[in-house]
Design a protein around this ligand. Structure first.
Ligand code: ADP
Length: 486
């Protein structure tokens, strides 16, 4: 198969201690374009020894980096933000090649990803400590906030840049160093950001990147006592394994795991706004986001209007290769992803669900068989897989409800608690429902709640810890109490 991306112009190696390196074994693995199946690059298949090198490099860089001022660190983070925005088009194209998402969304992600660095550049200056009145006249109580040390992150393929920068920005802003392990499907965008970090002037070892065998890399990250904190975004299944591994060294963890977001439309909603929010929430990234609406509960009075307007909009969506103009729905990430969507739809129809639109793969001239039609299904029921498992595809299952309490009970009937959405024009209902929903993120008349300045994270089996806003700084700092006898 042809080598599509020129190895000379696209960096594919790993960044360890400021050097661009391959795996010690020389092994590499292929990166495919999910739309065409072409091999677009090969990246190092690293394992434990390279991960140890990266941790050593991060540990070596830490003392000096942690002593720099927040202003100095902020300057570098802002510079990286600016370089990402300078190269927004290039990074977006690279992302679409390896991930499949429409180019406009990839551009949006580069800007969104960069915004975490810009936010962290400023927020790092507010790593405030405290003094507390003591209970003896000759004592003082000081609370210091210090960086934790060497940190690491393990990230997924659905947002190849933003899932890294939302961890990297605050980690570095607080004076930590980091080892980044991007997802196997999408390491090129991550490596491109590492390349820009070198251009921005980050000292060697502050930001390291290792690609390769997830199990081996993960084992070293958790076994190595130099690593003080790991932040993971990915599946609940892998997250649970990492919790067990974290017991070895009691490594601090933040986990942003699976979601199964309910989307409630009340009779008093602005139906057009609800449809717009549903499209944004459900079909962005082909339905492959952890905060995607997965279950729609629509009240009797607006069910028919909402369902038909949603289906009309969905029918108008252009499916195709992400690089093409106007495409809104690209390929799913891999064959397993398409098969899961097919399984969920087949299960739903076998149990009485009715496909209003979509419901099948779409073949797009000459491209890989990985495109799934944006789909709307009526009358989904609790017995269906789609009610309990994340579909991670462009499928909106709808269910009617009569009463507010019923919708809230159904919405909360999940092991997950990441994002939820509801549409209503009633102000007191907004507060009541927001308080009743057992989710970490709530879109009240809003299908796109993610932003750098707000806390992002889940409850129940969606994980713990928060990213974004001032809250993420807690994840990357230690609180130290000094009891001072005068
Ligand atoms: P997804 O369903 O999004 O692919 P995963 O949880 O499988 O979610 O993957 C998220 C990240 O976790 C990826 O970077 C992947 O390589 C990594 N990962 C998968 N298995 C392990 C493991 N055993 N140890 C450490 N990281 C892992």
């Amino acid at each position: 198969m042809p080598q599509v991306l020129d190895q000379q112009s696209v960096q594919t190696r790993n960044l360890i201690g400021g050097d661009w390196v391959g795996a010690a074994s020389g092994e590499e693995f292929d990166i495919l374009d999910p739309a065409t199946d072409e091999i677009i690059a090969r990246v190092p298949r690293c394992g434990r020894s390279e991960t140890r090198d990266a941790i050593d490099a991060a540990a070596k860089a830490f003392p000096e980096w942690s002593r720099t001022t927040a202003q100095e660190r902020g300057k570098l983070l802002r510079r990286l933000y600016e370089l990402m925005m300078r190269d927004q088009d290039r990074l977006a194209e690279l992302m679409t090649r390896e991930q499949g998402k429409p180019l406009a969304e990839a551009k949006g992600e580069v800007a969104y990803g960069a915004s975490f660095l810009e936010w962290a550049a400023d927020e790092g200056r507010r790593m405030y400590g405290e003094t507390i009145p003591a209970n003896f006249p000759d004592k003082r109580i000081l609370v210091l906030r210090q960086p934790v040390g060497v940190t690491a992150c393990i990230t997924p393929w659905n947002f190849p840049i933003a899932m890294i920068t939302r961890k990297l920005g605050p980690a570095l802003a607080c004076g930590n160093t980091m080892v980044v392990k991007p997802a196997e499907d999408t390491p090129l965008s991550a490596i491109a950001v590492a390349e820009l970090a070198v251009e921005a002037g980050f000292p060697p070892g502050v930001f390291n990147i290792v690609t390769g065998n997830p199990k081996e890399i993960g084992e070293e990250l958790f076994a190595n006592p130099a690593v003080r904190k790991i932040s993971f975004t990915g599946s609940t299944e892998v997250g649970k394994m990492l919790i067990k591994q974290s017991a070895q060294n009691v490594t601090r963890l933040s986990l942003e795991l699976g979601g199964h977001a309910p989307f409630i439309v009340f009779d008093d909603a602005d139906v057009d706004a609800a449809v717009k929010g549903a499209i944004a929430s459900k079909y962005r990234n082909m339905g492959q986001t952890c905060i995607c609406a997965n279950r729609f509960y629509v009240q009797d009075g607006v069910y028919d209007a909402f369902a038909s307007k949603l289906a009309d909009e969905v029918n108008r969506m252009k499916v195709g290769r992400g690089l093409e103009d106007g495409v809104q729905v690209g390929p799913l990430i891999n064959d397993a992803a398409v098969e899961k969507v097919e399984k969920h739809v087949a299960d739903a129809t076998s149990k009485g669900g009715r496909v209003r639109t979509g419901g099948e793969r779409i073949s797009v001239d000459g491209l890989a068989d990985r495109f799934y039609a944006p789909t709307v299904i009526d009358d989904f029921t609790p017995e269906m897989l789609i009610n309990t498992e994340e579909t991670f595809g462009p499928v909106a299952p709808l269910r009617r409800f009569a009463k507010e309490e019923e919708a809230i009970a159904w919405a909360n009937d999940s092991i997950y608690g990441l994002a939820s959405y509801f549409y209503t024009r009633d102000a007191s209902r907004i507060m009541r429902v927001a308080e009743a929903l057992e989710y970490g993120i709530i879109g009240a008349n809003d299908g796109g709640p993610s932003t750098a300045q707000a806390p992002f994270g889940g409850i129940k089996q969606s994980g713990y810890g928060r990213e974004g806003g001032k809250y993420v700084m807690d994840e990357y700092t230690e609180i130290k109490y000094v009891s001072w006898q005068l």
